[in-house]
Write a protein that binds this ligand. Structure first.
Ligand code: CTP
Length: 403
């Protein structure tokens, strides 16, 4: 099955009779989960309208390089950065020539010049034009530059000729674009992540909470989405913005976090509990602000919160379950105990007594503990660490379910 979940495909359409098939390509890419934006050349608009492509893609169609309004919304540089892949289908002989010579005279060619992402072309033209020495020379240049060429197919052509130059079918094009991302560690998987602290209300103005910043959980969510996962982030109150392509669900208390996870977990492949969930909550939340009164002490009756990760790990259809162990001493020993007690697949053990790493820091170092071994990931930025953790989880997940 092909997956383009979370992937951003910029579809460039150039002038040619095959342009009518680009509408179908949008559909096939979206069926696979892609977010699609369309750039059309002037020639393309003679064959299919921007309105059709806009209605299908659900995004405004980009046509002009020198339109100040369009450039203000999303200019050629933003588009080139936005795309995970630039697919030009159909790619005309003229467009291949422009790309081979570095011409930047319209929006699509400038996007191709500026992008760091993979460029894929699905050529479509008359068989004579395809066989022409100039086109073949351009083809050679483009292949040397690591531009991927899909097709063209051979057969009857719109002009009555028979030979090579027909654009591949939309299904085939979408499948080949998806195959570029097959190696993504989390391609096609759903990951649910908890992050941040929870707040347990005492009365309308007070609560019990902890120092968790949510940074590690957010970095993991970002890395999971980057690795191709459909990513749900159940987040306690934090000062962080939601990473791109992540579905964030805001909660405040442990009970709300439990509810949100319960709703999302049945079709999840992987669960990562990065939240610092409060273990206890006040038995009752006072409906009015509690007055300090005459006594020098105050007693708060607390009750245990449900253990969210233990609930996940006890399910019959349990996803691959990863917990955090934030400890101030005996980090590895306590981490391994948590792995066994909560029946987890992996524990990410974190020494929070070290001020240079841990809760509010931008760096962290952890040990990954599973049944077989401990693996140290030494100090690095939380975003790099998150990417490295995702790679290890993907490896362990695959060896557990596809051994
Ligand atoms: N966790 C959870 N729900 C809870 C408490 C913890 O999902 N109610 C998860 C955390 O997100 C983390 C893991 O459990 O992934 C370990 O949390 P921690 O609070 O350190 O473990 P405890 O079992 O509470 O052990 P202790 O308080 O003794 O350290």
């Amino acid at each position: 099955m092909m997956h383009l979940i979370n992937k951003r495909v910029l579809l460039g359409v150039t002038g040619g009779i095959a342009a009518y098939k680009s509408a179908e390509i949008v559909r096939r890419l979206q069926d696979a989960g892609a977010d699609v934006r369309v750039v059309m050349t002037k020639g393309a608009q003679e064959f299919i309208t921007a309105l059709t492509m806009q209605a299908l893609s659900g995004n405004p169609v980009h046509t002009d390089l020198l339109d100040p309004q369009a450039e203000a919304a999303m200019g050629h540089i933003e588009l080139s950065r936005w795309a995970d892949v630039v697919l030009v289908a159909p790619a005309s002989a003229n467009f291949m020539s422009k790309l081979a010579t570095g011409d930047g005279s319209d929006l699509l060619s400038t996007v191709c010049l500026a992008t760091q992402s993979k460029i894929v072309l699905a050529p479509a033209m008359n068989q004579g034009m395809w066989r022409n020495a100039s086109t073949q020379e351009n083809l050679k240049t483009l292949l040397e530059r690591d531009i991927k060429i899909l097709g063209p197919a051979s057969g009857g052509q719109a002009c009555g000729d028979v030979g090579p130059g027909r654009m591949l079918e939309p299904d085939d094009i979408a499948t080949q674009v998806a195959s570029l991302f097959e190696q993504d560690a989390f391609a096609g998987l759903k990951v649910v992540i908890t992050a941040g602290p929870t707040r347990e209300a005492i009365d309308p103005v007070r609560y019990i909470s902890n120092h968790s910043s949510g940074k590690m959980g957010y970095a993991i969510a970002e890395a999971a989405a980057e690795a191709g996962a459909k990513t749900v982030l159940v987040s306690g109150p934090v000062q962080l913005s939601c990473p791109a392509r992540v579905d964030r669900q805001d909660v405040v208390s442990a009970l709300q976090m439990y509810e949100a996870v319960s709703k999302e977990i049945s079709d999840a492949d992987i669960f990562i509990g990065a939240a610092a969930v409060a273990d206890f909550r006040p038995v009752e939340e006072a409906s009015e602000k509690i007055k300090k009164g005459a006594s020098d002490t105050m007693t708060l009756n607390m009750t245990k919160n449900p253990d969210i990760i233990a609930m996940v790990a006890q399910r019959e259809d349990k996803p691959f379950t990863v917990g955090f162990a934030a400890e101030t001493q005996n980090v590895l020993e306590y981490g391994r105990k948590k792995l066994e007690a909560k029946k987890l697949d992996m524990v990410i053990a974190n020494d929070v007594s070290d001020q240079s790493i841990g809760f509010n820091s931008d760096d962290n170092a952890v040990t990954l503990i599973d049944k077989e071994a401990n693996e140290n990931l030494s100090v690095r930025s939380k975003s790099q660490l998150a990417r490295d953790i995702i790679q290890v989880i993907a490896k362990k997940y695959k060896s557990k379910y596809h051994a």
